[in-house]
Design a protein around this ligand. Sequence first.
Ligand code: 13P
Ligand code: SF4
Length: 305
Amino acid sequence: MTIKEVQDKIIRLKKEKDICILAHSYEAREILEVADFTGDSYALSKMAASAGNSTVLMCGVRFMAETVKILSPHKKVILSSPVAGCPMAEQFDVETVRALKQEHPDYLVVAYINTTAALKTVCDVCVTSASAVKIVRQLDADNILFIPDCNLGSFVAKQVPEKHIMLVQGGCPVHSAVTAEEAAKARELHPQAELLVHPECIPQVSALADYVGSTSGIMEYAMQSPKKEFIIGTENSIAEHLQYLCPDKTFYTMTTGMICRDMKATTLVDVLRCCEGTGGEVIELDDEAITQARKCIDAMIALGG
Ligand code: 13P
Ligand code: SF4
């Protein structure tokens, strides 16, 4: 079968079986083409709440499928590839967060949405990279414990200096691996280009950027900018997607190593198998976990996140 034939089959099956396909922007182009909604974690978490279909297929990583299940417990939610986790989401466990809360009872615990459902049950409010600054600014608390990404946390702390934000060591292995030297080298190679960086990168890399923002923020910035050349400081697929979207502009990757193997775990054939009912993993969460974790996500939504 050609890629087009597989895509046609997926499109036919998803209609027949009332499946909504959500795909994170880091997925491959041929998967984005068959999705009903694409976007960053923020956009997908909003879509998850509003999709009317009986089944949602999440092409992304496990915490994203769990978020859909928490928001729509009566729907069948399928994760496109059972091996697609997010290493950052699993860096903390419930006991560690409980211990931190005991040590710092006057702190509100803010969890990046890149956390497991279990972890969300012991946190106060979720944020995405697109909504973190806005939400933290509005919180009715001066002391904040931000988990698990100390790089995003440090970015938020700079934007919201009026709050005391405690950071713990954790982060995305893909974004945080890039060094300031590599970022500077990319600038040297492409002196006309603007550097657009995700806040999951280390502060020394963000400091060299012309713009720091979420995946959708980076994409919107590049699409709207009158500039012609950009170095993309997030998962390399974004440079590729932008190149298709803006053929009159030129996009470079910041390093060749910014590839999330979990986001790339899903193939187009995996998507087909999920639609046929033979692939993926149906997400199951117990009712208590859903109720508790939902409070954390609802708190984000209530604050406009
Ligand atoms: P956003 O989708 O919030 O930009 O986050 C990037 C990411 O690493 C997703 O796992
Ligand atoms: Fe997790 Fe980083 Fe991959 Fe996003 S890019 S899924 S944060 S490992």
